[in-house]
Design a protein around this ligand. Sequence first.
Ligand code: FES
Length: 116
Amino acid sequence: MAYRAVCRQQSLLEGEMAAFEIQGHDFIVLWPEESEPRAFGGACPHQGVPLRRGFFNGRTLTCPLHQWVFDGRDGLGLNAGCQLKSYPLRIREGMVEVDHPGFMEADFTGADSHGH
Ligand code: FES
């Protein structure tokens, strides 16, 4: 487990998306309305387009390239048989923390090992 603080809790807004790149790993945080913030991989599972360029309407995220639609609560593809990769997210002392397998403690070299 390697939770890392990614932003202040205050900087997330319900119904909105935030995008991050940490140690070379792209991910997004979606906070669906009447739900909890969730962290997902930042690349579309179809052809890898950055999902930060997608459109989040507060419930679903639409990829800009071929309009695949994903449920913001669990990343489930609604018009495609796939699911966004999700990562554990927690709130600690006012900070949003994400556990991404690519995060390495005190490693800012951007190494692309996935640890498998
Ligand atoms: S790359 Fe996202 S739907 Fe095709």
